[in-house]
Design a protein around this ligand. Structure first.
Ligand code: ATP
Ligand code: MG
Length: 366
């Protein structure tokens, strides 16, 4: 072992300057190994990035892969090392502690003999994150396409089933049958809502109809509409605060109604104490934009769950579809607005929406 340490020290002295020139210390590392007694022994290691992945030259030099890597990784890397020792260039990805790197192994041949293998590794963490993000987006758009396809197929038969049930209802004088039909119609309307949400996720822009809308009237209407839902849970108060004089905004009132309905619904579902009220306020931010803020004193949301709220199908509810907040975000962003959720577990949740008063048609994205 001493022998290798000596050799590695020599190598450090010989090579330090060279490697520093072509590998930025923070963004990568360099290492070397030789084969001895059927195992690979590291003779050199250098680079600040080593520390980020939880290693240091002292851990590596004079050691085999199994001395410092988990067994499965060590076995895998051993294969890469073997391939390089047989005279091939090898690239592989590795990582630890949330960092990712791309490593290349280059065999050094002197007099037709492989004398050592030089490995270089560069930090690809950012690139890796971008790729993951793109994959996430692709997944989303695939879900969107699937959703639209399925929703489209379901919509037509659903309409005709609903129509026929209504006809049967009109002709039936039997009380029990009518009760059942009422339930069937209710369930069908649930399916219809979900199907429409699916259609919407895939093609949000096509359904936008921008008109000048009195915002105060819109919010009041939604609250009136949602009050029976709140009463069902014993909640009596949805309070509306609107300090500013009436103002209009260019928006799709149906879509904003949907957003508010979803948010109020979430607040109603989260509130267990019937003495707590849900407060909605509407005010000017400046001449060009306004704020809709919705606060509940409900369960609140665990911090680690907060970043997942806008993901499709993310739900903690038995009967939730997990599409509510995602749709809200789509709609608000299509209006060039922003939506953010602030929540304290056990304290409650506040949703803040900021929207422009004028809709810029040129920014309409496809
Ligand atoms: N006001 C709130 N208070 C506490 N938790 C909330 C609140 N709003 C949303 N959440 C959490 O975020 C999750 C996602 O909400 P979202 O509205 O997207 O879906 P959902 O309500 O579960 O189902 P859906 O709205 O499709 O019926 C909820 O399951 C819940 O855990
Ligand atoms: Mg919801």
């Amino acid at each position: 072992m001493d022998h290798y340490n000596n050799e590695s020290n020599q190598n450090i002295n010989n090579n330090q300057v060279d490697y520093k020139h072509f590998i930025p210390r923070q963004n990568g590392f360099v290492f070397k190994f030789i084969k001895k007694d059927n195992d690979f022994i590291h003779t050199f290691a250098e680079g600040d990035f080593l520390e980020k992945i939880g290693l240091s030259p002292a851990y590596i030099i004079g050691k085999t892969l199994h001395d410092f890597s988990p067994k499965d990784q060590a076995n895998q890397k051993h294969c890469f090392y073997e391939t390089a020792w047989n005279g091939n260039l090898v690239n592989y990805e590795g990582g630890a502690n949330g960092y990712h790197y791309l490593a290349s192994l280059t065999p050094l041949i002197i007099d037709s003999q492989i004398v050592e293998v030089v490995g270089t590794a560069i930090d690809i963490t950012d690139y890796w994150k971008d790729v993951t993000k793109i994959q996430e987006l692709e997944k989303l758009s695939l879900i969107g396409e699937l959703a639209a396809g399925i929703a489209h197929e379901i919509r037509n038969p659903l309409t005709s089933v609903t129509g026929f049930i209504k006809m049967i209802q009109e002709r039936s004088n039997d009380e029990t049958t009518n009760e059942y039909l009422k339930i069937v119609l209710h369930e069908l309307s649930q399916i219809n809502t979900i199907v429409n949400q699916f259609m919407f996720i895939a093609k949000p822009k096509e359904t936008m109809e921008i008109i000048n809308t009195d915002m105060k009237a819109l919010v009041s209407r939604v609250i009136e509409f949602m009050k029976p839902q709140a009463n069902l849970k014993g909640l009596n108060f949805i309070e509306f605060i609107s300090s500013d004089s009436i103002f209009t905004a260019q928006c799709d009132p149906n879509q904003l109604t949907q957003v508010l309905m979803n948010l109020i619904q979430n607040s109603i579902e989260a509130t267990t104490d019937p003495t707590q009220k849900i407060v909605i306020s509407l005010k000017n931010v400046n001449d060009n934009s306004f704020l809709i803020e919705l606060t509940d004193k409900g369960s609140g949301i665990l911090p680690e769950r907060q970043k997942r709220l806008f993901e499709p199908f993310y739900t903690t509810k038995e009967k939730g579809t997990g599409l509510g907040l995602m749709m809200c975000k789509r709609i608000i962003e299509n209006h060039d607005g922003t939506i953010e959720v602030n929540s304290q577990l056990g304290e409650g949740t506040t949703v803040r929406i900021i929207l422009p008063k004028a809709f810029n048609h040129h920014q309409k994205r496809d």
